[in-house]
Design a protein around this ligand. Structure first.
Ligand code: NAD
Length: 477
């Protein structure tokens, strides 16, 4: 069986306690790997290693750091097939999506290699002095990530942290540590100084908590649930640490009367069901102009029913299993709650039948009609493949409904009218607005949430700034 150890000081290490855990494939519940499980003590060792490596790495020229980050991207690409297979085996997503995730994470390293070389300062002229403004690396960063995109979301942190001159300790999710650890190993193998890139495994409540609470870490970059983000923010406050929080979402998708319904249905289906709805920017609530609701819903159902479900290692599969029985049970509960409150089950709503689906956590893409805001699917993060449709009369009404949530990560609108698009984009309360597109991730643009969906931004130059402190040097004349 594949064995996954932690990475401290550029060496694979077992946990001090010797404890191991087994990772199971969500498609068939077969064992995939044995993984070392760390504790607070292992986390402290990794933090010490990162602290020791920081002075030299922070003083390394940005050109040298860029060279190493490009080399790291190349190694990730060379090992992409091995890392992608591990990702499919531990998380369930189809291999084609896993491959895309690994290639995208290599692109992130290339992007920040260059972005790091653009960290230039300022020169300010005053009557009796001159001022130099420097942007310097914060220090040791703790990078804590979730199971739905364990490699890409880590790359969003590793790239800018290293480019800025920070060293780091990454804590991948306990349930999916394999591909993320291989990703960091590939980065480390590019020739980084020992201790610059470390990985510890283990429970968030122990290993994650140590990374947050230990004064060695000066920056916490976290992606995960809003309730974990709240805990991290509160505990990081003890040392006034810098935090970036990418948290939960409940994203609305508005379809106006004048929209291209075929394009809207295709975009909606893809963003509601891919990765089995386990994406922070998944479409969770669909608001459709009443005049076109029936036609749009029929197109959406056709798309949902055309998706092929199966083991992610099979070549022509669109959707793998859900990640865990817990996720599937929550999805069932949300669907049941909606139906009890008056929703119409139009498609899906249960597991697919057949031997191939017997052991895995499979669930059919589900379309609900007559949805309203009393239902949990319209208020909570289901994190499952459910698309509830609600009709609206005016675009203003749709925007108000879209904003009626504590979350604010992404929002989408499909319309062919420029004024409607711009007014809606300005009125929607979210960090990313998709107009006639179903994705708000763009490597060069900021990504992050409003309200309880997060704090700070990743990607673009914003992502780099999150790892830099500002210093003013005043020179008297
Ligand atoms: P989670 O919050 O349970 O866990 C995320 C990570 O935090 C894991 O590595 C976990 O071990 C660790 N952790 C848990 N408790 C901790 C603590 N007390 N201190 C430090 N670390 C701790 O989230 P999850 O279930 O793995 O992921 C799903 C969630 O992530 C969803 O809510 C989803 O919306 C969110 N998410 C957000 C984004 C975004 O960019 N906004 C992207 C992907 C996922």
């Amino acid at each position: 069986m594949y064995k996954s150890q932690m990475l401290i000081n550029a060496r694979p290490v077992a946990s001090l306690s010797g404890k191991v855990d087994i990772i199971y494939n969500p498609a068939n519940r077969e064992p995939v790997a044995e993984v070392s499980v760390g504790s607070r003590q292992d986390a402290r060792m990794a933090l010490e290693a990162a602290k020791k490596a920081f002075p030299a790495w922070s003083r390394t020229s940005c050109q040298k750091r860029a060279e190493l980050l490009h080399a790291a991207a190349d190694i990730v690409r060379e090992r992409s097939e091995m890392i992608a297979r591990l990702l499919t085996l531990e998380q369930g997503k189809p291999l084609k999506n896993a491959r895309a995730e690994i290639f995208s994470s290599a692109d992130v390293l290339d992007y920040y290699a260059e972005e790091g070389t653009r960290n230039i300062g300022e020169w300010i002229t005053s009557p009796h002095s001159r001022s130099i403004v420097l942007r310097q690396p914060i220090g040791v960063a703790a990078l804590i990530t979730p199971w739905n995109f364990p490699v890409d979301l880590l790359a969003w942190k590793v790239g800018p942290a290293l480019a800025a001159g920070c060293t780091f300790v990454a804590k991948p999710p306990s349930q999916t540590p394999l591909a993320a650890t291989e990703f960091v190993r590939a980065v480390s193998d590019a020739g980084l100084p020992a201790g610059a890139a470390n990985v510890v495994h283990g429970p968030g409540s122990e290993v994650g908590a140590e990374l947050v609470e230990n004064p060695i870490s000066r920056k916490i970059a976290f992606t995960g649930e809003t309730k974990t983000g709240r805990w991290i923010m509160a505990h990081a406050a003890m040392h006034i640490k810098r935090v970036s929080l990418e948290l939960g979402g409940q994203s609305p998708f508005i379809v106006c009367q004048d929209a291209d319904l075929e394009a809207a249905a295709a975009a909606c289906s893809q963003r509601a069901f891919s990765n089995m709805g386990q994406i922070c920017i998944s479409v969770n609530r669909i608001y459709v102009a009443e005049e076109v609701a029936e036609e749009f819903t029929a197109k959406l159902v056709k798309r949902a029913e055309g998706l092929k479900i199966g083991n992610g290692l099979e070549s022509d599969v669109d959707l793998g299993p859900m990640f865990s029985e817990g996720q599937r049970e929550k999805t069932r509960e949300h669907v049941k709650d909606a139906i009890e409150k008056g929703a119409e089950l139009i498609s899906g709503g249960l597991e697919p039948e057949g031997d191939a689906y017997e052991k895995g956590y499979f669930f059919r893409p589900t379309v609900l009609g007559r949805a309203d805001h009393s239902m949990r699917v319209m208020r909570e993060e289901t994190f499952g493949p459910v698309a509830p449709v609600m009709k609206f009369k005016t675009v203003d009404e749709a925007i108000n409904l879209a904003n009626d949530t504590e979350y604010g990560l992404a929002a989408y609108i499909f319309t062919n009218d420029l004024k409607t698009a711009l007014c809606a984009a300005e009125g929607l309360e979210a960090g990313g607005i998709g107009v006639n597109v179903n994705n708000v991730v763009e490597l060069q643009a900021p990504f992050g949430g409003w309200k309880q969906s997060g704090l700070g931004r990743e990607l673009g130059h914003y992502g780099l700034e999150a790892y830099l402190e500002t210093k003013h040097i005043r020179l008297g004349l």
